[in-house]
Design a protein around this ligand. Structure first.
Ligand code: SAH
Length: 385
């Protein structure tokens, strides 16, 4: 395989499945794949690519270890499905400033004699570092994840880190003593700043805590959400059901042109974030509930509740049959389906078409250049066009 992009660890890391192609070839490849799956429903619009497909990731994480051969502290990414760490200094997908911060942490660990954690021996301190950046606001959060709670030379370490990178707005210490290689543990302590950052999407502010879900490519995310809201054709009079709503992003953006929005999400922490995001933006016509989207919609649709628009953004597994059947019962004029997996998207569209909906428009957006992942937004309605 000829690599077009000079990455030393490409094979071992496995993060960039399409780096043997130019960016134009990647877009063509994704377009062909989608047309193969979905063109039976309607024409597939041209995929919206990025002007600059590099360094788009606003969330960068690194695992730390001691390299006995080279006798120094190193950091990198876990090889997929293993505990082996592949050393990484910089990555063409990651925010460059975040990569530099991680290299500084390596250097500081050396000068402060802070040992990385060795999971096999159960010895050491530093496990991971997570850097999240609010690309519009410029706010930067650094999360230092350790195996043990006592942070040696803590204050001086943070001072030295801030001196090197004054753009950091908050530093959090997270303790993760679990046996498995989860990124974050349950306990966190803010060492500097607010303990979270904020970013802006489509004119709204969103709070990002160390473990909040937030799309990793903010430029394309804005394009995707704008498309989703455009497909909803809101005039200010509609009731909207935002299912699989995560931290409320799509519903909050849609709320400005809707009468009322109801968001449903299974993850309790995400619902908490969604409620504070609505408050942060002074949005008063949105409500959130923590439940399984299918169970909840089945119940309220059974009670006679109806929605003008259903927006849905399910995980890779797609939606449940219970959910899809309840959508039909809620008699929406339009459905906007945001999908991160074209295979389950096809399956779910087939189900909705059988129940009398028409697929009106299919718009792919390249959210993850150099990877095989494809994001698509689809508009369905009760009429052919
Ligand atoms: N719309 C959001 C999040 C999409 S990710 C955004 O754009 O940011 C998919 C979300 O579906 C996740 O937050 C996940 O927790 C949630 N989820 C998964 N299964 C669910 C279910 N059965 N019912 C409701 N939410 C679910």
């Amino acid at each position: 395989m000829v690599l077009n992009y000079n990455c030393k660890v490409n094979k071992r890391c496995g993060g960039c499945q399409l780096s043997n192609m130019t960016y134009a070839e990647q877009l063509k490849f994704k377009q062909n794949q989608l047309e193969g799956l979905l063109s039976g429903f309607c024409k597939v619009n041209n995929i919206i690519g990025m002007e600059n497909p590099f360094h788009y990731r606003n969330k960068v994480q690194a695992a730390f270890y001691y390299d006995f051969r080279r006798k120094r502290i190193m950091s990198g990414v876990y090889q997929s499905n293993s505990q082996t760490i592949v050393p990484v200094d910089s990555c063409m997908l990651e925010n460059e400033n975040a990569d530099r911060i991680i290299l500084t942490v390596r250097e500081l660990c050396k000068s402060f004699k802070i040992p990385p954690y060795d999971i096999k021996k159960g010895y050491g301190f530093l496990r991971h570092v997570l850097v999240r950046t609010g690309c519009k606001t410029g706010e930067v959060m650094v999360v230092i994840v350790s195996a043990t709670p006592v942070f040696p030379s803590r204050n001086n370490f943070v001072k030295a880190l801030l001196k090197e990178h004054p753009q950091i707005t908050t530093v959090v210490h997270n303790i993760n003593n679990s046996e498995v290689n989860l990124m974050l543990g349950e306990r966190s302590k803010t060492l500097y700043g607010k303990g979270y950052i904020e970013d802006e999407l489509c004119g709204f502010k969103f709070r990002i805590s160390p473990d909040s879900f937030y799309q990793v490519n903010p430029v394309q995310c804005e394009t995707l959400y704008n498309k989703a809201v455009e497909f909803a054709q809101l005039t200010g009079r509609e009731t909207v059901f935002d299912s699989y709503c995560g931290t409320g992003t799509i519903g909050i953006i849609a709320s400005k042109n809707a009468k009322q929005v109801l968001g449903v999400e299974l993850n309790r922490n995400a619902v908490k974030d969604a409620i504070s995001n609505a408050k942060l933006n002074g949005v008063e016509n949105i409500y959130f509930t923590c439940d399984d989207a299918g169970e909840y919609l089945e119940y309220i649709a059974g009670e006679g509740e109806r929605f003008d628009v259903v927006m849905m953004d399910p995980p890779r597994a797609g939606a449940s049959v219970k959910f899809l059947d309840s959508v039909v019962k809620a008699e929406p004029k339009r459905i906007v389906y945001v999908s991160c997996n074209p295979v389950t998207l096809k399956r779910d569209l087939e189900h909705l078409v059988k129940k009398g909906f028409f697929v009106n428009e299919i718009q792919p957006v390249d959210m993850f250049p150099f990877t095989k992942h494809i994001e698509t937004v689809v508009k369905l309605s009760k009429s052919r066009k």
